[in-house]
Write a protein that binds this ligand. Structure first.
Ligand SMILES: Cc1cc2nc3c(=O)[nH]c(=O)nc-3n(C[C@H](O)[C@H](O)[C@H](O)COP(=O)(O)O)c2cc1C
Length: 182
């Protein structure tokens, strides 16, 4: 797991109509970024091209989320979820990430991600669910005394539970009219 530091608590807002696009080869190394990706990440195009996609990994993101992403992509399916990314200077931004394998004559030639704006309610729900996941893994790992292997082998079912919790939190937030106590 790549640990990108330092981080700040400064969030960068995504334009509501922005599409942040990148393409990678089959190993996840960047082959294309659009100007919106360069602008939000703070890296230059030269720094991004050829770099592994985890150049924007934020340390708050649970490893299991990316495990689920890669398992999904490697089984030939698209993946969608909320991702917190780190800018070059340590600031962060949340995006709704839609990533899919790309195909050439039936063979996977790489991956393409289109990331867009996410609502504050969805960000808050994902943030809570990811914090909970990290705490739970830390607790179980401490009990078993072998953090890394356990984190890597954690079944995707746990992530599904986290997603269900996030969905539930979202629908609860929508059910409460603005300005009223929950
Ligand atoms: C097309 C594509 C887009 C990706 N976008 C992101 C992203 O925006 N942020 C991120 O942290 N990882 C992204 N990933 C996943 C990274 O390849 C990597 O698995 C993740 O950053 C975890 O890094 P680690 O192996 O150092 O833990 C993307 C992967 C692909 C194939």
């Amino acid at each position: 797991m790549r640990l990108n530091l330092p981080i700040t608590q400064q969030e960068r807002e995504i334009d509501a109509y922005a599409s942040i696009v990148c393409q990678t080869d089959i190993k996840g190394c960047i082959t294309y970024v659009n100007p919106a990706f360069v602008a939000i990440s703070g890296f230059t195009e030269q720094e991004l091209l050829g770099a592994p996609q985890n150049i924007v990994r934020h340390p708050d993101m649970p490893e299991v989320v990316f495990g689920d992403m890669w398992n999904t992509l490697r089984s030939g399916l698209p993946w969608s979820g909320l991702v917190k990314n780190r800018c070059k200077n340590g600031d962060f931004y949340w995006v709704r990430t839609n990533v899919t394998p790309t195909w050439e004559r039936g063979v996977c030639s790489g991956y393409m991600a289109v990331c867009t704006w996410a609502s504050r309610a969805d960000i808050d729900a994902a943030d809570k669910a990811y914090c909970k996941l990290e705490k739970e893994y830390a607790r179980i790992s401490a009990q078993r005394g072998k953090a890394d292997p356990l984190r890597r082998s954690m079944p995707a079912a746990i992530l599904l539970v986290a997603r269900a919790a996030a969905d539930m939190a979202r629908s609860m937030m929508r059910a409460v009219p603005a300005g009223q106590p929950g």
